[in-house]
Design a protein around this ligand. Structure first.
Ligand code: FES
Length: 162
């Protein structure tokens, strides 16, 4: 008999119930953000079936979930590579050479921002301020910040990512 994989939201419901208990009644809509974060942690992105399941579970309109997903750039709607490189292109990083870094990253990986390498290892994204302007330019790799980056440091960084 083959094992049937339980849908992500269904699997997370015991965890969501604990969150719910900390909220006053009828405040389910405030759970949209933490629930989406957990779904993304589990799946790597938020799939359409997760949105449908959350609208039913939380009793919120789909539009409310879509608004949260489109407002916060941390949320992804499709699978990404093993390493997600998010390069800041905002003012301070730009003044400190982020365009050159992003161009170099694109050339080295053979992708443009928004794309994933054919082997599924790297996804390159351009993002707005990562909140670390004092150490610009900054590239985030998954959850880790890499600061004061140069082309040379970029080579070292890519070499360390397996
Ligand atoms: S402008 Fe790049 S971290 Fe703020």
């Amino acid at each position: 008999m083959s094992a049937v994989l339980m849908p992500v939201v269904e699997r997370l419901i015991p965890e969501f119930e604990k969150l719910k208990k900390r909220m006053p009644p009828n405040f389910e809509s405030t759970l949209v953000l933490p629930c989406l974060r957990r779904v993304q942690d589990e799946r790597g992105y938020v799939a359409d079936e997760d949105i449908v399941a959350l609208t039913k579970y939380l009793g919120v309109p789909r539009m409310q979930i879509e608004q949260v997903l489109s407002y916060y750039t941390m949320f992804r709607r499709k699978p990404i590579g093993r390493w997600h490189l998010q390069a800041c292109r905002n003012v301070t990083c730009s003044m400190r050479g982020s365009e050159r870094l992003i161009d170099a990253l694109g050339r080295k990986l053979g992708v443009r921002p928004g794309q994933t390498t054919a082997d599924g290892r790297f996804t390159l994204s351009e993002v707005e301020c990562l909140g670390s302007c004092g150490t610009a330019p900054v590239v985030m790799v998954n959850e880790a910040y890499h600061e004061n980056l140069s082309i040379e440091k970029l080579d070292e960084l890519l070499g360390r990512l397996s």
